[in-house]
Design a protein around this ligand. Sequence first.
Ligand code: BGC
Length: 244
Amino acid sequence: MEVLGIDIGGTGIKGAIVDTDTGVLASPRYRLLTPRPATPKPVIAVVSEIVDHFNWHGPVGCGFPAVVKGGVAHTASNISRKWIGFSVQEGIERATHCSVTVLNDADAAGLAEMRFGAGRGEEGVVLIVTLGTGIGTALFVGGRLVPNLELGHIEINGRDAERWAADIVRKDAGLSWNRWAKRVDRYLRTMEELLWPDLIIVGGGASKHHERFFPYIRTQAKVAPAEGKNEAGIVGAALAGARA
Ligand code: BGC
């Protein structure tokens, strides 16, 4: 079936029509900037613009950069705090008149990678880490998702890991790939000490450049780039929309 997948990120909001049987994009991707401040009204207006761009009236799946339970956001790290307690699902449904499913963005990317990408057929413990504006994490055990894991916010050296090792920190602080890679390595090794995954899949914006930093990663677990690269979030959001 075809579902409009939308990935709401701290920097960009992107959407594409996805064939959920194959995981292939059935349309070009359309990307707009996340409004600043990223409060509900302007963000929902951008999501509506994406739905209109595709002249879409079918189901919509939406990845959102926060803990999401029953369509409601419960945290806000790279978005406005006004989202906390807000039903993202109802807000988008009201604006678009589409049926909408909302889930955490890293969970969405994980669903896509487990079905169509680097985690296909992997029955063990798989950790997906997205490196972008924030650090998103998703954990699969025997192919089942443990939703809303917020391990991008563990403390390393007394700091929120995300504020130290996210891809945006590399860009904003002008860190070389090498210096940033050492931080990512430290972060992933800390994850390994806590979770002992069999496979770590790295997604998010930085995964497009995996050859620049993977050589510095020294985890025992195999580390693989997300095969869907930065589009896994769109595909996984659509998968969640197809299940609803
Ligand atoms: C949020 C997560 C999100 C991640 C990636 C973090 O700041 O707390 O919910 O998955 O960013 O967007």
